[in-house]
Design a protein around this ligand. Structure first.
Ligand SMILES: *Cc1c(COP(=O)(O)O)cnc(C)c1O
Length: 386
C-alpha cells in the first residue's frame, strides 16, 4: 500500500510544551522542585483529591502505595489478568502474592463477583485497572473491600479523565495512580501521579519517593534549604523531576481539548461500527465518563473465518497500526511458572483476549483517519464474514 502508515498511538507535543521544557533547561534547575509542587497542586485540584504526589512512573506509584500501606510477604493482593505486567510486578516486588480475579466482558475491568470469590483471610489489597479508560465499578468493589479492611490501590494509567457520576477517578480508592508515559492521554516524557485523601499515606509516599529523606530535602541545594537531612526509611528514587513536571504541566493545560478530541474520534468509530454486527464496539457505561485512552474493538465470536491475529496483519498490510491490551497475565511464562497459572484459567479474560484489538486513537488523528480505519475493518469483515 502506498498510503502513509497510521500508527496506533502518537503523542501530541505543541510549542507550549517545547517552550516549557526549554525554559526549565535554561533555568538550571532540573531536579524535583517548584515545578513538581505546582503540577501536584493543579492535579489534585483537577481530580478533587486532597493530595497528589508526582512520581517517575505509574509503576513507581503503585509500588510505593503498596509499600506505604504495609503490604508485604504473607499478604495477598487481588488484581486483574487483563493488565500490563507492571500492575502484577509491583505486587511481586513487595513480597506479597498476586491473586487474579476475572474480568467483565462489557468493560474488560475486574468483576466484583470474581473478586468476592478470590477473597481469603490473607487478602490485604485490591488493585482494579480502569481498562482503556472505562470506569471500574468502584462502588461495588469498595463495598467488598471497606468492611474487610482491604486497601484499594487503583491502576489509573488509562483513566485520566474517567469519572463515575461527577466524581473523577482519583478520589475513590486509598490511592490511585496515573501514568504520563508517552502513549498515555497526557505525557511528561515518563512520569506518574499518585492521588489520595489520606494525609499520612501521602506523607509516607513523599518520604519513600525521595530515598526516605526527611521532607523537603529537595530544596537542600537552594539558598533557602539546608545541606542537612535525615534518612527516616529505606526509600526509593521515584520522584518526578522538574524537567518532567514542566512538560506534564504544559500537556495538562490541554486536557480539556485532548479529551474532547478523543471522545469525538471514539464516537465516530462507534457510529461506523454500529452497522457492523461482526464487531463489538466499546461503550461508555451509563453514569460514567470514559477517558477514551484506548478504542478496544472486539470481534464477535464465531462471526469471521479468520482470527484476531489475522485481522491485525490485514490492517497492517493496509498501513494501519494496532495493539492488543493486553496479553493476559496468566499467559506469560514467568507468572505461569511462579503461580501455576495457565491460559484458560480466567475464561472471560481469555475470551476477551481472543477477539480484542486496539485501533488507532490519539488527538492528532483526523476524522478521515478514523474513516480510513473503519473502512479497512469493514472491508476485512466483509471478506471474511461467515
Ligand atoms: C502504562 C501502564 C502502566 C505503567 O505506567 P508507567 O507510567 O509506564 O509505569 C501500568 N498499568 C497499565 C494498565 C498501563 O497501561
Amino acid at each position: 500500500m502506498n498510503e502513509d502508515f497510521l500508527p496506533y498511538n502518537l503523542p501530541d507535543i505543541g510549542d507550549d510544551e517545547i517552550g516549557a521544557v526549554t525554559e526549565v533547561l535554561r533555568s538550571g534547575w532540573l531536579a524535583p522542585g517548584p515545578r513538581v509542587r505546582a503540577f501536584e497542586a493543579e492535579f489534585a485540584a483537577w481530580t478533587g483529591a486532597k493530595h497528589a504526589v508526582a512520581l517517575d512512573s505509574a509503576t513507581a506509584g503503585m509500588h510505593l502505595a503498596l509499600v506505604a500501606l504495609g503490604i508485604g510477604p504473607g499478604d495477598e493482593v487481588i488484581t486483574t489478568p487483563t493488565t500490563f505486567a507492571a500492575t502484577v510486578n509491583v505486587i511481586v516486588h513487595t513480597g506479597a502474592t498476586p491473586v487474579l480475579a476475572d474480568i467483565g466482558i462489557d468493560d474488560f475491568c475486574i468483576d466484583a463477583a470474581a473478586v468476592e470469590g478470590a477473597l481469603t483471610p490473607r487478602t490485604k489489597a485490591l488493585m482494579p485497572v480502569h481498562h482503556g479508560g472505562s470506569a471500574c465499578r468502584m462502588p461495588e468493589l469498595l463495598a467488598l473491600a471497606r468492611p474487610r479492611g482491604i486497601r484499594v490501590v487503583e491502576d489509573a494509567a488509562h483513566a485520566l479523565g474517567t469519572a463515575i457520576g461527577a466524581r473523577a477517578i482519583g478520589t475513590f480508592g486509598d490511592a490511585t495512580v496515573f501514568s504520563f508515559y508517552p502513549t498515555k492521554n497526557v505525557t511528561s516524557g515518563r512520569g506518574g501521579m499518585l492521588t489520595t485523601d489520606d494525609d499520612e499515606l501521602a506523607e509516607r509516599c513523599r518520604l519513600l519517593a525521595l530515598h526516605g529523606m526527611s521532607n523537603d530535602a529537595w530544596d537542600r541545594y537552594t539558598a533557602r534549604g539546608s545541606w542537612a537531612y535525615q534518612v527516616l526509611a529505606p526509600g526509593y528514587n521515584y520522584a518526578m523531576s522538574d524537567f518532567q513536571a514542566a512538560l506534564g504541566h504544559a500537556q495538562f493545560a490541554r486536557i480539556g481539548a485532548f479529551q474532547d478530541a478523543r471522545r469525538r474520534l471514539a464516537e465516530r468509530y462507534n457510529a461506523r461500527f454500529a452497522s457492523v454486527p461482526e464487531v463489538i464496539a466499546p461503550s461508555e457505561r451509563g453514569g460514567t465518563t470514559h477517558a477514551w485512552h484506548l478504542y478496544v474493538l472486539r470481534l464477535r465470536p464465531g462471526s469471521l473465518d479468520i482470527g484476531r491475529d489475522a485481522v491485525i496483519s490485514k490492517l497492517k498490510e493496509r498501513g494501519i497500526g494496532t495493539s492488543v491490551h493486553f496479553i493476559p497475565i496468566h499467559h506469560h511464562p514467568y507468572y505461569r511458572e511462579a503461580y501455576g497459572w495457565a491460559p484458560g484459567d480466567f475464561p472471560v479474560a481469555d475470551a476477551a483476549f481472543e477477539g480484542m484489538l486496539s485501533l488507532p486513537l490519539y488527538t492528532r488523528m483526523s476524522e478521515s483517519d478514523v474513516d480510513r480505519v473503519a473502512d479497512a475493518v469493514e472491508g476485512i469483515v466483509r471478506e471474511h464474514r461467515i
